[in-house]
Design a protein around this ligand. Structure first.
Ligand code: BMA
Length: 837
């Protein structure tokens, strides 16, 4: 939501065009100092202490080498930020002036012209105070004292009568749960520990006279094909009685509804309802256009107008949990259509978020959309994402599963804490509820699972009484406070108290609710287990891989690239990470010969595991109606579960998941002697076509083929062909064979043995680089079967539209290349699994 400030005369078509809210941006001229040291250095606002120290040369790049360990002193210090700004008489004479901090990280004492005006203690709240009486014409001074979040949390911890848990918190004392601050700042199994401080979002003064639009809420009341009915609730803050006009219109000036009211001192709420004929709907990615209307809510008081512009998508969304013979469904229905959710879990894209700009979010969400994703889960151990993130999700048709920021820990439940959380929830829900992308609110990540399955009661020696109190605290927060707040602020959207419903070790986790299946990785089970453990909705599952070499090189020189090197080790935050990668590598692939081999091998290992899971989930629709892997992105250059690394360079997973999430896929399921070929099609992709099946020797000899016209339903997984494995194996040894299925552009390959046992031969690539309509195209053919082909370049940067794909013998593929200059043939590197045997 953006506040549109109309400056005098800026909209000449409007008869009434004077402004009533004015903004005085206070992001400039800041200096900062360490408390007790009188050295003032320039600061960037919005920002964070680590970035200011870096910009002033006080610390080195925090992500380089193992600098993290050297920079832990920062979290123990208090920091002071100050700025001076001038105000005109005209500005000062406004009847109301508010000082607004959109975000303070975290414990902040604010002084305006020497007077203490605010104490803040929650990173996720907006802070707005009446500042008029403290301001003066001419020079003004604003000072922000930022207290050590660790020290403040520690005071709270020492007073709190129970031992709470925060296993991810790497501090000496686990203070993170006492502080409403991004949990991942304290360390996670993919994040370093940087407990930041800062004015992390914009700060400004806002001035107006008598009446102000404080909030606008859009709700779809009803939807029929020919008509949508929309209610707009406008919240007006008022000083003295005033007659005002309220209007809802569009950019073209078409007025949908107007109303004359008398605002009373305090907060006033007005409903305006209107209908739209033949509404254009907002559809998730892949199912249609995510159409957005732009509405302007306007306040006019005879002297002037104020306007609020909101993009609003018309769509219905339901979470359908219908009991069936096995358990209950867990399915989203959008505009009446059941939609299989395809996507990943999103974590904050940096440790230092203020430096992430809109173009970074755009690039990331474009990658998600290109990978055919239609849902991201904003995971509860990070932050409520930036406005740009939700705007882009609206634009790309990516639904958001929104966790509240609580993860894997137990939190206090005293009144002060709950009151603080209530403000946080209120602010965030009001901020996000108008977004078409918002699908679901979720209380927390894995806290219910932790309570029931992680053995904390005995590990932390909680007495029966302590256990009961901690669980009551949990219920107060996630079963009372949050749902109660939502019931007035956003009753139409589903609320899910904790993700997942049941722990992955219990059979119930597969019959009802959502599931985090960590039998792979944490449980060391083989990837094939994904084919048996089918949940109703997979909201997490994952496997680690190395980042891209180019990204790592920026932070750790090649000369240090060894798994035992301290710098490399510090970029792997899972205690058994390398060990587990090696364990699975031994099962699936040949061991890496050099450190460099890890980049490719660990990435295809991860991609292959995730492919198995995604395809199994989709083949089992409608039993399973969602597949969100862990995790989309990274917050620093790390070895992690992500498919896109910190620099937004895609890993093999990003390409492989993109194909597995295609609207139409072919997928083989191997069970004993049977090989079943499925076609999974999204809504609108059903039909009939010719299925081609071919069985090859890896060297290129065609043994067997079959063509058949098959029919397949939309929004369904259809078994299109059943094969007898024994029959196929009469043609050759299993390690020499590949079975290929094709329907038009859609294809799938089945290998009869694990990759390490495949007898791959030198693929005999032939390629040609051409230019078609200004785009460089690579036409690539393999003479023999090629597995996990990796295209890269020697020097110049280039992006490939496809990568990490297989080619059947004689098959040709066209790949688009994007680069600043045309890529010369000698600049192209083509490798495949054969090169790593
Ligand atoms: C899930 C997440 C995170 C964690 C990931 C990998 O449980 O919710 O807590 O980073 O697993 O271990």
């Amino acid at each position: 939501m953006t506040l549109l400030v109309l400056l005098p005369g800026c909209n000449r078509k409007d008869p009434i065009n004077l402004e009533i809210t004015k903004r005085e941006n206070l992001n400039q001229n800041w200096l900062f100092s360490r408390h007790g040291h009188d050295q003032w250095l320039p600061a960037t606002i919005p920002g964070t202490i680590h970035l200011d120290l870096l910009a002033n040369g006080i610390i080195e790049e925090p992500f380089a080498a193992d600098n993290e360990t050297k920079q832990q002193w920062i979290e123990h210090e208090n920091w002071i930020y100050k700025t001076e700004f001038r105000l005109s008489r005209e500005f000062i004479e406004n009847q109301c002036i508010a000082l607004v901090f959109e975000g303070l990280d975290t414990y902040a004492h604010i002084f305006l012209n020497g007077m203490r005006v605010l104490e803040a203690d929650n990173m996720f709240r907006e802070w707005r105070i009446d500042a008029k009486e403290y301001l003066r014409e001419g020079n003004n001074i604003l000072e922000v004292q930022l207290l050590s979040a660790y020290a403040e949390g520690l005071k709270y911890l020492k007073k709190f009568p129970y031992i709470l848990v925060a296993d991810s918190d790497k501090g000496e004392f686990k203070t993170s749960v006492f502080t409403r601050k991004a949990p991942y700042h304290y360390g996670w199994d993919w994040a370093p520990r940087f407990v930041t401080s800062g004015i992390w979002k914009p700060v400004y003064l806002e001035a107006w006279n008598n009446t102000r639009i404080a909030d606008v809420r859009y709700d779809l009341v009803s939807l029929r094909e020919s008509q949508a009915s929309i209610r707009v609730e406008i919240e007006i803050e008022c000083q003295q009685d005033e007659k005002i006009w309220l209007r809802v219109k569009d950019r073209e000036g078409r007025v949908y509804k107007k109303k004359k009211v008398t605002a009373k001192p305090g907060t006033n709420r007005y409903d305006l309802e209107f209908s739209l004929r033949n509404p254009q709907l907002w559809w998730p990615n892949g199912l249609g256009e995510p159409f957005l209307y732009e509405f302007i809510a306007e306040l006019e008081n005879g002297r002037n107008t104020q306007a609020n512009t909101t993009k609003f998508g018309i769509r219905t969304i339901e979470l359908v949990q219908e009991p069936d013979s096995i358990g209950s469904s867990f399915m989203f229905r959008v505009n009446g259509v059941p939609v299989f959710m395809k996507g990943a879990n999103y974590i904050p894209p940096d440790m230092f978020l203020p430096r992430v700009d809109e173009s970074h979010y755009r690039k990331m969400l474009q990658l998600a959309a290109e990978a055919n994703m239609n849902m991201l889960r904003v995971w509860g151990g990070g932050v409520y994402a930036d406005e740009a993130f939700y705007n882009l999700c609206d634009e790309y048709g990516i639904l958001v599963w929104q966790d509240f920021m609580f993860a894997c820990s137990f939190y206090p439940w005293d009144n002060q804490f709950l009151e603080n959380v209530k403000h946080e929830i209120t602010h965030q829900v009001k901020r996000l509820r108008n977004h078409a992308c918002m699908a679901l609110w979720c209380g927390n990540n894995e806290i219910s699972e932790a309570w029931h399955h992680w053995g904390y009661q005995s590990k932390y020696r909680w007495s029966g009484a302590d256990s009961a109190a901690i669980w009551q605290g949990y219920l107060k927060l996630f079963e009372e406070l949050i749902p109660n707040t939502l019931s007035t602020l956003d009753p139409g959207r589903p609320y899910w108290p904790s993700s997942p419903l049941h722990g992955w070790g219990t059979p119930k986790s597969l019959t009802k609710g959502d599931s985090h299946y960590w039998g792979v990785w944490w449980g060391e089970q083989p990837f094939e287990i994904y084919e048996q453990k089918i949940p109703r909705f997979a909201s997490e599952y994952g496997f680690q891989s190395f980042l891209n070499s180019k990204t790592l090189e920026e932070y750790i020189p090649q000369s240090e690239w060894q798994v035992t090197n301290p710098a490399i080790k510090s970029h792997q935050k899972h205690p058994r990470g390398f060990e587990l990668i090696d364990l699975y590598m031994k099962r699936q692939l040949h061991a890496p010969k050099t450190f460099e081999d890890y980049f490719y091998l660990s990435q295809i290992l991860q991609a292959e595991g995730m492919r198995k899971a995604i395809e199994a989930h989709r083949r089992n629709m409608p039993y399973c109606m969602g597949s969100l892997y862990w995790q989309l992105n990274d917050c620093w250059p790390a070895v992690s579960w992500s498919g896109i690394d910190y620099r937004l360079n895609p890993k093999a997973l990003q390409f492989v998941a993109g194909r597995a999430f295609s609207p139409k896929i072919l997928s083989f399921e191997a069970r004993e002697d049977k090989l079943s070929c499925y076609l999974v099609a999204d809504h609108g992709y059903g039909g009939s076509d010719t299925l081609h099946l071919t069985l090859w020797d890896l060297t290129g000899k065609l043994y067997w083929e079959q063509h058949k016209i098959v029919e397949f339903g939309e929004n369904a997984a259809t078994l299109v062909y059943s094969l007898d494995k024994k029959f196929l194996l009469t043609f050759g040894e299993p390690n020499h064979l590949v079975l290929c299925a094709n329907i038009g552009e859609t294809s799938a390959n089945h290998y009869f043995v694990t990759d390490k046992n495949l007898c791959l031969r030198e693929p005999g690539f032939e390629f040609k680089l051409t230019v078609k309509n200004g785009t460089q195209i690579l036409r690539l053919t393999a003479m023999r079967a090629a597995r996990y082909i990796h295209l890269s370049t020697t020097r110049q940067e280039a992006k490939f539209s496809h990568n990490f794909f297989d080619l059947a013998p004689g098959q040709t593929v066209e790949v688009e290349i994007k680069s600043a200059r045309l890529l010369p043939p000698e600049g192209l590197i083509i490798r495949s699994l054969f090169d790593y045997q």
